[in-house]
Ligand binder design. Structure first.
Ligand SMILES: *[C@@H]1O[C@H](CO)[C@@H](O)[C@H](O)[C@H]1NC(C)=O
Ligand SMILES: *[C@@H]1O[C@H](CO)[C@@H](O)[C@H](O)[C@H]1NC(C)=O
Ligand SMILES: *[C@@H]1O[C@H](CO)[C@@H](O)[C@H](O)[C@H]1NC(C)=O
Ligand SMILES: *[C@@H]1O[C@H](CO)[C@@H](O)[C@H](O)[C@H]1NC(C)=O
Length: 387
């Protein structure tokens, strides 16, 4: 692609940054967008339980890590010190994490032949920067539905030929669903990346569902990780492991909300939780120490909640406003249209769908329904916006 083509493409993109879609014809999803499911048996020792998945995916995990390291060294040389920390310090984290996580990470390192420091890096970089849209809605019968797009890979390399984000492309084949079982029964399920032990999207069938969105704050994830590595403060949880702890321990919606509102965290974030009864939907906006805002469903006038990556009670940045178009679209579809089809159509509309979008998940905690689909925004009728 030459400069003229790139210029033309940029000119075509600009109007789309401000154009909203609200599609109605994306359902059912294409069959090639299905993702595979694996079982993590919590009755097997932590060191071994990831072996099957890691053996299948180790070359793709290696590729993501090699790509990311080379990209950082070549493009953001000031951050090369992070690579040094990864090799020298990060492996020490394994012994400071509560069990079973340290053993699981060591087992993944052993099964993949990838160094422990790199496996830990792979497990913490989702903590810091993913752009997402999460939605909880309540239908006219009081059932709660929860949907999300996971967007990841901004500024980590642009493929000029395919006009797409390189890391985003490399991560799509790593998306898996995991059934965590105990005594042969499902305890909870997550949508994850192979080799990633935390939770970003999860459901405890018949009880609640949870999604995580990144929140940007000056007191952000890097500081928490540095505090952890240098043992300044380890009385705080990794945001994605806090979700897994919650999925393990909480038995109902109220316990889930209570736990994630209070636990000290390494990074700020938004936790979005849906339950099984009317009005059981919440956005918890977290600082590292506490919840700074809690917004809940309310049958009369608040039948949906939408969270992107900016505080929902403030004006959204014009350059990345996915909240306003999502609100317009959901209002157009209406409360009577609250179902997987309309939510999938909304999450497949630009700018909720964009070049960073990796997958869409739809969940109904009351029935345990969980559906996830790989997303890949193609430049067809109109070019996709990059974020
Ligand atoms: C995971 O759980 C779902 C829901 O119970 C089930 O349909 C599916 O077969 C399970 N997958 C595997 C690989 O066990
Ligand atoms: C870009 O597209 C070409 C041709 O379809 C493909 O071979 C290549 O793997 C793609 N690159 C990436 C990074 O997806
Ligand atoms: C660690 O955090 C917990 C939970 O907030 C709190 O109860 C406890 O006092 C803290 N411990 C220290 C040493 O700060
Ligand atoms: C929504 O559905 C309810 C009950 O099924 C019905 O009474 C109402 O008129 C519908 N509203 C719209 C806007 O279609």
């Amino acid at each position: 692609m030459n400069t003229i083509q790139i210029t033309i493409w940029i000119i075509l993109i600009i109007p789309n940054i401000f154009a909203y879609q609200c599609l109605t014809d994306q359902w059912p999803p294409k069959s090639k967008s299905n993702i595979p499911t694996y079982v993590i048996d919590l009755d097997t020792p932590p060191f071994q339980r990831w072996n099957q998945i890691v053996t299948l995916y180790k070359s793709q995990i290696r590729d993501v890590l090699d790509y990311t390291k080379h990209f950082i060294v070549n493009t953001w040389p000031v951050f090369t010190f992070l690579i040094d920390i990864m090799h020298t310090k990060l492996s020490l984290i394994a012994d400071t994490l509560p069990e079973p996580y340290g053993q699981e990470l060591k087992g993944i390192s052993q099964a993949s032949g990838i160094s422990l420091g790199e496996i830990i890096f792979y497990n913490i970089f989702y903590e810091i920067s993913s752009l997402c849209t999460s939605i909880v809605t309540q239908d006219q019968n009081g059932y709660i539905i929860h949907g999300r797009n996971l967007d990841f890979g901004l500024l980590l390399g642009w493929d000029k030929v395919n006009k797409s984000w390189i890391l985003t492309n490399k991560l799509r084949p790593l998306v898996i669903a995991i059934n965590y079982t105990k005594n042969g029964e499902i305890r909870f399920q997550t949508i994850s990346f192979a080799g990633f032990i935390g939770a970003i999207t999860g459901i405890k069938p018949g009880r609640f569902s949870i999604t995580l969105n990144t929140r940007f704050d000056l007191n952000g994830g890097y500081i928490g990780i540095i505090e952890w590595v240098y043992n300044i403060n380890r009385n705080q949880s990794f945001v994605t492991l806090a979700i897994r702890d919650m999925l393990t321990g909480a038995e109902n919606y109220d316990e889930a909300v209570e736990y994630l509102s209070k636990i000290p965290l390494l990074a700020p974030c938004y936790y979005i939780i849906a339950g099984i009864k009317p009005e059981q939907g919440v956005i918890i906006s977290r600082s590292r120490q506490t919840s700074v805002n809690i917004k809940t469903l309310n049958t009369n006038n608040q039948w949906y909640l939408i969270q992107t990556n900016y505080d929902n009670w403030r004006k959204q940045p014009a350059i990345d406003d996915r909240l306003t178009p999502a609100i317009q679209c959901i209002e157009t579809k209406g409360k009577n249209n609250t179902n997987f089809e309309s939510l999938f159509n909304l999450l497949s509309s630009q700018p909720m769908l964009n070049k960073l979008t990796i997958y869409t998940t739809l969940m109904k905690p009351s029935t345990g329904q969980l559906e996830s689909y790989i997303q890949d925004c193609h430049d067809e009728d109109i070019p996709c916006i990059p974020w």
